[in-house]
Design a protein around this ligand. Structure first.
Ligand SMILES: [Zn+2]
Length: 387
């Protein structure tokens, strides 16, 4: 608390022109007022070029980032992640011809692959969605080194939040919890009845049982379809306007970024708006580390309407805060962990957690097998009442 107060005093000293305004505001509104001030201050200074960003990293390399984290000045890390962090878990891309998953979906004659996520199509033809859900169902896959690296950031009190574009819930499997996560495209974690009048919520366990019994999940109360909360209309032309505004103005999106000390962007090509525009929401002194197979986010145009001058700059003469580490997300995270002295700890965490998942899977399979043999036993001798 006192640390927060001293930070605030420091910020006010840095911006004396705003001090008299904050005197007028009531105590109650202080926290959110500060957040808004932070945001507006960084927005104006970036847009008008009032204050150039401060150079925080001593070197624009992974070593520079590691030294910054170890300096203790970096306390609020945000991770922004995309499909690239889950490829090493074996999660197939249903949009790539030639994969088993794509071939599997061919038999449903989808008008186009993205139709599978659209609610209007789903209401008429729920089967392909659930076929995909069976293939992608969380628990079929293990989180990657990269997922566990984020878990380590959380355990060490450094993770402000993870913004994920993925629907595979591997962040949750790795140990991130509700408040650690913004699942920008939705999640399998909760399901709802699709009827607007009902909207009954269902658990992940309930949905899992339905999905694997190959039943089409129907609401207990009203008989309508039940669907995991995966956002509609996200894969074409970015997001719908209401969804975009809701996401960009949400409390956490609004307050996380101005306070961020380090933004780590992993496994995303920053193509889908409004997600991509979030990289421009951090202060102009905040270092941004990209771990990806190729450089991305450099074009101002590509960053879209909400950018306000936040395109990534790794290589120009003016580059001062953006670092690109070109590798797989797992290799990049492991390299960073090594520089931080966390390598062994990370390796052990991955080993331990994977073993735990394997043993849970084995128990589940045993249970299913014994249930199956019991039920076939019961079928075979219905009149048999021994036991
Ligand atoms: Zn219902």
């Amino acid at each position: 608390m006192s640390e927060e107060a001293s930070k605030r005093t420091q910020e006010e000293a840095d911006a004396p022109d705003l001090e008299c305004q904050s005197d007028d505001s009531s105590d109650e509104g202080d926290a959110s007022g500060d957040t808004e001030m932070d945001f507006l201050r960084s927005l104006f200074s970036r847009t008008l070029g009032l204050s150039p960003g401060e150079k925080v990293l001593d070197e624009l390399t992974l070593d520079g980032v590691a030294r910054y984290i170890l300096s203790g000045k970096c306390k609020n890390i945000i991770c922004m992640v995309g499909a690239g962090i889950s490829t090493s878990a074996g999660i197939p891309d249903f949009r790539s011809p030639g994969t088993g998953l794509y071939a599997n979906l061919q038999k449903y004659n989808l008008p186009y692959p993205e139709a599978i996520f659209q609610i209007d199509y789903f209401k008429k033809h729920p089967e392909p969605f659930f076929a995909l859900a069976r293939e992608l169902y969380p628990g079929q896959f293990k989180p990657t080194v990269c997922h566990y690296f984020m878990r380590m950031l959380k355990d060490k009190g450094l993770l402000t939040r993870c913004y994920s574009q993925n629907i595979d819930t591997l962040e949750r499997v790795a140990g991130l919890e509700g408040e650690d996560l913004i699942e920008a495209h939705g999640t399998f974690h909760t399901s709802h009845c699709v009827s607007f009048l009902c909207r009954k919520e269902y658990s992940m366990d309930w949905m899992q049982t339905k999905i694997f019994s190959e039943d089409i999940p129907k609401c207990d109360s009203c008989g309508s379809l039940v669907k995991p909360v995966i956002n509609d209309k996200i894969f074409i032309l970015g997001w719908s306007i209401p969804l975009r505004l809701k996401f960009l103005s949400s409390q956490s999106t609004f307050s996380d970024f101005p306070r961020c000390d380090l933004l780590i962007i992993m496994g995303t090509s920053l193509q889908v708006q409004p997600f991509a525009s979030l990289v421009s929401r951090v202060s102009n002194s905040c270092p941004r580390l990209l771990i990806n197979m190729e450089k991305t986010g450099q074009s101002e145009f590509g960053m879209g309407l909400f950018s306000f001058g936040g395109a990534m700059d790794f290589d120009s003469d003016k580059a001062y805060r953006d670092v690109a580490h070109l590798s797989t997300c797992d290799d990049g995270c492991m390299a960073l962990a090594e520089l931080l002295g966390w390598k062994e700890e990370l390796e052990q965490m991955v080993k331990r957690e994977h073993a735990l998942i394997d043993s849970k899977d084995a128990k589940k399979k045993d249970k299913e097998a014994s249930q199956n043999s019991k039920s076939t036993g019961a079928e075979a001798g219905k009149s048999d009442k021994t036991e």
